[in-house]
Each structure stands twice: as C-alpha cells, then as structure tokens.
Design a protein around this ligand. Structure first.
Ligand code: CDT
Length: 304
C-alpha cells in the first residue's frame, strides 16, 4: 500500500478585520492538531488567509489589492511554513495572488499551492471556473464578484508527482464541473485537493438553499468515483460577515465513499489514511479509461 495520512483542516469564519497573522496562527494550531494525529498532509480552504472578500463590491482597487499576496511565503505566512518544517508535514492552501508582470501589467488569480514540509512549492493551480458576476448587483444581499476580481487561471489543470502519489488541485466552483475532475483523471491523478467558500444562500435560485450541502458532496463524491481518485474537500465555514458558509469538509475514497468529515462549522480537523493504491480498484475496472472510454464520441465536449 501507499498510504498517506491526510487532514482536512476546515476554517471557521474569518472577520474582515482579522489580520493575516491571526489567521496563520489558527492555521498553525490546526496543523499541530493534525500532526498530533499523525497527518502527513494538511489541506486548508480556498482564500484561506482572509475573509471571502468577493462578497463586497469595492471600488477602490488599492483596498481590493490589500486582500492579495504578492509573494509566497510572505512575512505573515512564514510561521506556517516554519511549523510545517518543524513538524515535517506538507500542506496546501488557497490565497489571492497578485502578479506584477513587465510594463506595469498586474494580474490577479484565485490560487492554491501544495507545499512540501521543506517549503518547496510542489504544485500551483489558478482557479479556472470563476463563478458569480462582474458588476455590482444591488438586488443581492451579498455579492459574488470573482469574475471582477480574478482572471481565469492560466496554468491549466496541472498534476504533480509528489508525496508518493500523483496530486492535482481544484478550487471551489471547479468541483461542480465534471470536466475539472476528468482533466485530472486523464492525467491519472490519485488525489485531488479542493478548498471552497460556499454560501448557504444562493441568491439567483434560493429554492436550492437547502441543497447546498447535498450538492457539495454530490460533486465531490462523483468526481472521486468517476475518476477513481481520492478527494479532499475543505470548507471555510460558518457565519462570516453576515454570510453563512456551508461546512461539510471531508475526505472521499476512490469508491466515492466519505471516510472522514468535519461536523462543525468552525476550525476543525478530519483525518483519514488514504491508500493511493486503492485508486486501482476503480481505475483498472469500471472506469478503466483505456478499456471503456469512447473519446471519438465526445466531440461536443470541447466545442466552445
Ligand atoms: N467560491 C466559490 O466558487 N463559490 C461558489 C458559490 C456559488 S456560485 C456564486 C461555489 O460554487 O461553491
């Protein structure tokens, strides 16, 4: 077996006034709790370092940019990297990434990284499916302005051979798209790390509010099963600046079964032993792409 002990490190709400240093302290406490339970990899949510700022329409770009990181590690995140080195654990987390290119061009992405215990970036992913809208929509009780604040990721769906397996990432809304999982599945991913911030209330279709937890697990479990991969889904949860976010962070086996999950909407760790060899149970059988997939029949899937 190739067993990796993984922790889903769910974060409760982060206030707008909370500093990076305060959040990193919470993340470090979760890392220590996970390590005490033997975890070798700790997975944190999307945009883990700040409150989920796309809920606000902010006109002043300087104010928006204060939510972004220009370097990683930064002085403020360094304590997390130091704890990982001390404990010998790898970790993955999401953050808003600001990149300065030539001639004053600035690009902004919703990014996640997988980091080795030694601080090496093993995998970087920039979110491709950006949900929500671009302009202020006054009718909404809160905004979802990811299309305004971020560009579509430009790194594709990369995988990394790391920690004894093949690992991919996706971010929040990506998990609702089977194409995300299939892009990773076609590269033989054995573990997919996914952070999310999902409001309980979906303003465009409030009749689905009671289904948010169901749809979360439905997508994560289907993605795992249909590609024979482990999936770790990690929430930022709870009542954040008046907006309730679902929890339900979990670790899912390649069979689609949830093997560990968080029960609260606060800071909490769920741990499971993930035998990466179990991917073969699915990848060699029911979803052996080589034996059973019919790509010649799927032309519509890649037409714009
Ligand atoms: N962060 C993120 O992608 N959240 C979306 C919310 C619903 S779309 C406005 C999600 O898919 O969970």
């Amino acid at each position: 077996t190739r067993s990796l002990r993984i922790a889903a490190a769910q974060l409760g709400p982060i206030a707008r006034t909370e500093t990076r240093a305060q959040v990193v302290e919470r993340m470090t406490a979760l890392m220590r709790a996970a390590n005490a339970r033997g975890a070798e990899l700790v997975v944190y949510p999307e945009l883990a370092l700040t409150t989920f700022f796309p809920r606000w329409y902010i006109e002043d770009q300087t104010e928006v940019d204060a939510f972004f990181e220009t370097e990683m590690p930064s002085d403020e995140t360094a304590p997390l990297f130091r704890a990982a080195a001390e404990l010998g654990v790898a970790f993955s987390f999401g953050y808003a990434e600001l990149v300065r290119e030539g001639e004053g061009r600035i690009r902004r992405f919703n990014t996640s990284v997988l980091v080795s215990s030694q601080g090496e970036i093993l995998l970087k992913y920039r979110k491709i499916h950006l949900p929500g809208h671009r302009d202020h929509e006054a009718w909404r009780p809160f905004q979802h302005l990811e299309k305004r604040y971020f560009e579509v990721g430009d790194l594709g769906f990369p995988v990394a051979d790391a920690l004894g397996g093949r690992i991919g990432s996706a971010i929040c809304n990506d998990r609702r798209w089977p194409e995300t999982f299939r892009m990773l599945g076609l590269q033989n991913a054995e573990l997919v790390l996914i952070g999310y911030n999902t409001p309980q209330h979906y303003p465009p279709a409030p009749e689905h509010d009671h289904l948010q937890d169901f749809h979360n697990h439905l997508c994560l479990q289907a993605g795992a099963y249909q590609n024979g991969t482990w999936v770790v889904g990690v929430a930022k949860a709870g009542l954040e600046e008046g907006c309730e976010l679902i929890g339900g962070s979990c670790i899912i086996a390649p069979t689609g079964e949830i093997v560990a999950r968080c029960l609260t909407r606060g800071d909490e760790v769920a741990v499971a032993d993930c035998d990466l060899d179990r991917c073969r149970e699915i990848q060699d059988n029911i979803f052996s792409f080589e034996k059973h997939r019919q790509p010649d029949q799927y032309g519509l899937l890649v037409k714009p």
